[in-house]
Structures are given as structure tokens and as C-alpha cells.
Design a binder for this molecule. Sequence first.
Ligand code: COA
Length: 353
Amino acid sequence: MSAGDRHPRPESAARAALAPARPAPLGVRIAGTGSAVPDRRMTNADFEKILDTNDEWIRQRTGIRERRRVDTEKGESTRTLCVDALRRALDEARTDGADLDLVIVATVTGEMLCPSVACRVAAEVGAAGAGAFDVTAACSGFVYAMNIAYELMRGGTYRCVGVIGCDTMSTIIDYKDRGVSILFGDAAGAAVLRPTDDLSKGLLAQAMHADGSGWKDLYLPRAARDFPEGVEADPAKYCKLQMNGREVFKFAVRTFGEVIQQTLDQVGLQPDDVDHYVCHQSNARILEASRERFGVPEEKLYVNIDRYGNSSAGSVPLCFDELRKAGRIKDGDVVMLVAFGGGLTWASSLWRV
Ligand code: COA
């Protein structure tokens, strides 16, 4: 120690006081979950009436029997589904909006770009004044948002965070496009996160990836400039989801496997150590391929695509909430959330709950 160190000058003491605080170890628990889907159903038979398709083709290629669709004339929207899902999650957490200090909404189907959906949702549940923002990562959005929420809580600043995944895909679908429209539905799911002294609870590992060079396999054009080279710009396709199904299928099968393995490797777990795989419901065949690759027993991979189709950012939290409500997730279980989607993006979030 030098003589100078023994008698620190006032300014160096002040500087020391400004040193970044090391966050205290913190457990994070999922205090409540909730979900919301519109009442209106759209069955495969309904598609047979408007498109050259049939129930057998849809079920065999996708596993979907029906999906939900908002009734915009009744005022249903991404925002209203988010509010319903978050209120249910808050009820389960035995709290209310006034407790929230942050609201994150993952969506690509907000009514407006400004304000974010999260701002209005926060105000409607009584959390005005809380931080609020949207995350855009398409179907991976909720998984991204859970990772972000955990990291923000770990810093100690946020103590009650509402995370919502919601998409009303029916509002961005061309119902004349049989290759796309039959796949998607509308849903929201939410989770309320709180700190806990139980340090075993929280995020064990996570991954977030994107490869923008694959953007043209899944995109939502709003102007002529948004069409990829070689594709004719068509105003009828503005604000309608465009998809190269075969390429997305190959990408999904590859990345699902890769991201699950990468996440397990981070913490030295084996596929069997995971109690529940809560995977984005994009296509029953994609889910089945991943399940077989890891030798995951059927009961560990939740599937509800038959009832809801692909609800984009709503898909993972809807599955998670259904599993919890069915009493299938037990205290201390290890749960792997996995999703992929437009961007292209893919992500995982491995929790001990
Ligand atoms: N009903 C009947 N026939 C249909 C159809 C429908 N709804 N949609 C497409 N077809 C036809 C095609 O026109 C094609 O006919 P053709 O051979 O005469 O040209 C045939 O079925 C096969 O089309 P293809 O696109 O090769 O089918 P597929 O087996 O790849 O299944 C998807 C199509 C969309 C179901 C599948 O590619 C898929 O699920 N991809 C992933 C999509 C996804 O997950 N997107 C969301 C990512 S978050």
C-alpha cells in the first residue's frame, strides 16, 4: 500500500462511491401466469369454404385442427388480449398492476408503432409510471423478453416485471394465401416475475440468435422497397405476411436442435434433465422432429397446435400457462422455453421454476 492510498483524497473517495455496484445474488420466480385467446374459432372446415384446401391436408402437414381469430369489430386486438392475459397472471401472483415496475410486450402485431403496445397495456392494468416497451423478435419474442426481464431484475432495479407474448396473426394474413393462412392464429400469454431468496430459482441458461440474411423467408412488407430482389412488389401484399414455408421448415428443424443443445451445454445438463420442453408451436412435424432427435418422451413436450395453430409470440406463453394450470409444472422443475421465427430469430430460456 502506498502512502497516498492510506490517506485517500476526497475526490478518489467520491470516485470509489460511484463504482458500479455488484448485483447481489438474486433468485427470480414466476409468481403467476395467464393467457387469453379470442372466442371466435376458425376450423379447417371453415378454410375449406374459402380456399382450395382440405382438413386432411392441413392436419397431416401441420397438425392443426382449428385456431382462434380476434373480432376486430368487437374491439378485440393485440392490446386487449395482452391486458386480459396480464390481469390473469397478476391475479395468480396475488397482486395488481400497481406493483409492476416494468412491462414488456413481445409482438409484431401492435396496432401502432408508437406508442408501444406495452405503454397502453401498462396503463390499462394500473401500472402507469412503470417502464414499458415492446420487443420485436417475431415468434421468438416471448423467449427474448423473458431473458431480458431476468437480466434487468438481476441488476436489482426491477422487482415486479410483467412479460407478455401476443400476436393477432389474423390481422396480417391474406386469407386467399393457402400456404400461409391455415397456419396462424391469435393468442396471448403472460408471466409475472418476482425476486425470491431461493437462489435455485431463475434463469439457468439462455441463448438469443438472429440471422438477418434469412429475412426474406418470413417478412411483412409495407412498401415496394420491402420486397426481396426477384420478387415483384405487389401492393396487395402490403401488410400481409409473406413466407417461404419450405425454407422456414428446414431452418426450424435445424435451429431447434442446435439451440436446445447449446443451452443444455451451458449448464452441463442432459436432455433428460429437463422436465418440460415448451416449444413454439409452428408445425407438429417440426416439434416431432426435435422430440425424436433428443429422445424426449412425449409427455415432456407440450403440444397444443391442434387447437390454436401458430400464434407467434403468443405460442410459448400460452403453452406454459396451460401446463401450469393443468398442475403439470411442479416446484423446482426445469423448463426449457424455445422458439424460432421471422428475422430470422431463434432463442431459448432455461428456467428452474
Ligand atoms: N392446402 C392444400 N394444398 C396446399 C396448401 C393448403 N393449405 N398449402 C400449400 N399446398 C400445396 C402447395 O401448393 C404444393 O402444391 P404443388 O406441389 O402442386 O406445388 C403442395 O401443397 C406442397 O407444398 P409445400 O409448400 O411443399 O408443402 P409443405 O409440405 O412444405 O407444407 C407448410 C407447407 C407451410 C405447412 C410447411 O412448409 C411448414 O410448416 N413450414 C414452416 C412454416 C412455419 O413454421 N412458419 C412459421 C415460422 S414461425
